[in-house]
Design a protein around this ligand. Structure first.
Ligand SMILES: NC(=O)c1ccc[n+]([C@@H]2O[C@H](COP(=O)([O-])OP(=O)(O)OC[C@H]3O[C@@H](n4cnc5c(N)ncnc54)[C@H](O)[C@@H]3O)[C@@H](O)[C@H]2O)c1
Length: 346
C-alpha cells in the first residue's frame, strides 16, 4: 500500500519534511497547505502534490493518509484534533503543544480516531544517540549519578522578528526551552528517565521578547540521580549543544552538535571518541539535514503499516512538555515542582 502525505505549513522546516517523504520508498507527497499560498506552491512545484491556501481542503482530500504539521506551536493541538477527526494519521513537529493539557487532548483525540500520532524528535534517530541509549540501557555506564543538558545557542533579534508567532507565550508557548532546547531535553529524558522534582528559573535577558531567552533547572530523580539543564539563546556566536552522562562505571559526553561521543572509563585504555558527520542549529536555525527526519518518518510509515505505535508517540512527545511546564511553574511560583504534577501545584 502506497501511503500518501499532506504537509500543513510551508516555512523553514516544511522542505525537510518534503525531502524526508521523497527519500522513502513507496510513499508520496500529494498536498501542501499554507496560508501563504505561494509558499505551498513553491513546495509542490519542487516535490509534487496540490497546493492549498486553506488546510481544511487538504484535510478533506480523501487520499491523504498522513498529515505532517509544520506550523507555529499554538496550532499543533487544534490541527491535530482536526486531522484526527478527518481520519488522518498525524506527524507533528516539536514541541508537541504549548501545554500539557493540550498534549492530553491530542493523545485522546488520536486514540479515539484510531490514528497514529508521532512527534518529531529526530535527535533520537541519530546514530550516536542510539549508541548512547544502548550503552545506558545495558548498564555499561553503571548507575547514573549526574546528567546534564547544555544548550548555549544564539538567536538574533531578526530571528525573533522573522515571524509574528515567535517570542510570545500565546503562540510560541515559551522561549528557548520549548523551541530550541527541547531537542536536548527530549534526549535527556529518553536517555536518563523522568525526574521526580524540578527547580527552575527563567529570565529574558537580551531580546525584546515576552518569553525566556535564558533558563536553568535542577533535576532530582527517584533513584537519587541529579541533573542540570542550562539553556539560552544569548550565547554569541552559538555553541554546539552537549549532553553529559556521569555513571558509576564511566562517563559519556555527547557533543551532539559536533557529532562526537566521548567515552571515559576507570580503565583508560577503553576511552575513545565516536564521530559522525553532524550539524547544529546553534547559530543558524536551519543548519540541519533531512537524514534524521527521514529515519523518523520511515519509522512512522512502518508503524502505520504494521498497526503499531510509532517510536516517538504522543506519550513520548508529552514528556518534554511536562518537564518544561514544571520549570515554568517552578520559576513563576518560586517553589520546587513534583512530576507528575500535584493538583495544588497547577
Ligand atoms: N525538528 C526541527 O529541527 C525543527 C526545525 C525548525 C522548526 N521546527 C518546528 O517546525 C514548526 C514550524 O516552524 P518553522 O520554522 O517552519 O515556522 P515558519 O514560521 O517558517 O513556517 C510556518 C508555516 O506555517 C504556515 N501557517 C501559519 N498559520 C497557518 C494556518 N492557520 N494554516 C496553514 N498554514 C499556516 C505559514 O504560512 C508558514 O508556511 C515549529 O513547530 C518549529 O518548532 C522544527
Amino acid at each position: 500500500m502506497k501511503l500518501k502525505f499532506g504537509i500543513i505549513g510551508a516555512g523553514n522546516i516544511a522542505p525537510v519534511h518534503a525531502t524526508a517523504i521523497q527519500n522513502i520508498k513507496d510513499v508520496e507527497l500529494v498536498a501542501v497547505a499554507a496560508n501563504h499560498l505561494e509558499r505551498a506552491q513553491a513546495l509542490t512545484s519542487q516535490f509534487g502534490g496540490v497546493a492549498y491556501r486553506d488546510y481544511k481542503e487538504l484535510l478533506s482530500q480523501s487520499d491523504v493518509d498522513i498529515v505532517t504539521l509544520c506550523v507555529p506551536h499554538f496550532l499543533h493541538a487544534p490541527l491535530t484534533l482536526e486531522a484526527a477527526a478527518a481520519g488522518k494519521h498525524v506527524i507533528c513537529e516539536k514541541p508537541m503543544a504549548i501545554s500539557l493539557a493540550e498534549c492530553d487532548t491530542m493523545i485522546a483525540a488520536c486514540n479515539k480516531a484510531h490514528v497514529n500520532l508521532g512527534i518529531i524528535f529526530q535527535g533520537r534517530f541519530e546514530p550516536l544517540a542510539i549508541k548512547l541509549k544502548k550503552a545506558i540501557d545495558s548498564g555499561e555506564l553503571g548507575r547514573l549519578l549526574w546528567v546534564s543538558a547544555n544548550v548555549f545557542w544564539h538567536r538574533t533579534d531578526a530571528y525573533y522578528d522573522s515571524a509574528p508567532w515567535r517570542g510570545t507565550w500565546a503562540s510560541e508557548g515559551g522561549g528557548v526551552l520549548i523551541n530550541q532546547a527541547i531537542h536536548a531535553l527530549d534526549l535527556l529524558l529518553w536517555l536518563t528517565g523522568t525526574p521526580t522534582r524540578v527547580i527552575g528559573r527563567i529570565q529574558t535577558l537580551n531580546h525584546q521578547i515576552e518569553v525566556e531567552d535564558c533558563a536553568m533547572a535542577m533535576l532530582e530523580y527517584a533513584n537519587g540521580q541529579m541533573g542540570i539543564i542550562q539553556a539560552t539563546t544569548v550565547a554569541i556566536p552559538g555553541f554546539p549543544e552537549r549532553i553529559e552522562i556521569y555513571g558509576s562505571e564511566g562517563s559519556a559526553i555527547y557533543h551532539k552538535g559536533q557529532g562526537q561521543l566521548e567515552w571515559h572509563f576507570n580503565d583508560a585504555s577503553r576511552n575513545h571518541v565516536d564521530k559522525v558527520e553532524a550539524s547544529s542549529g546553534a547559530a543558524q536555525p536551519m543548519d540541519i539535514t533531512a537524514a534524521a527526519h527521514t529515519a523518523q518518518f520511515k519509522d512512522f510509515v512502518e508503524a502505520v503499516l504494521e498497526h503499531r505505535a510509532p517510536s516517538v508517540d504522543g506519550k513520548a512527545g508529552r514528556s518534554s512538555i511536562e518537564l518544561i511546564e514544571a520549570i515554568y511553574r517552578s520559576s513563576r511560583k518560586n517553589i520546587p515542582i513534583d512530576i507528575p504534577f500535584q493538583e495544588d501545584e497547577a
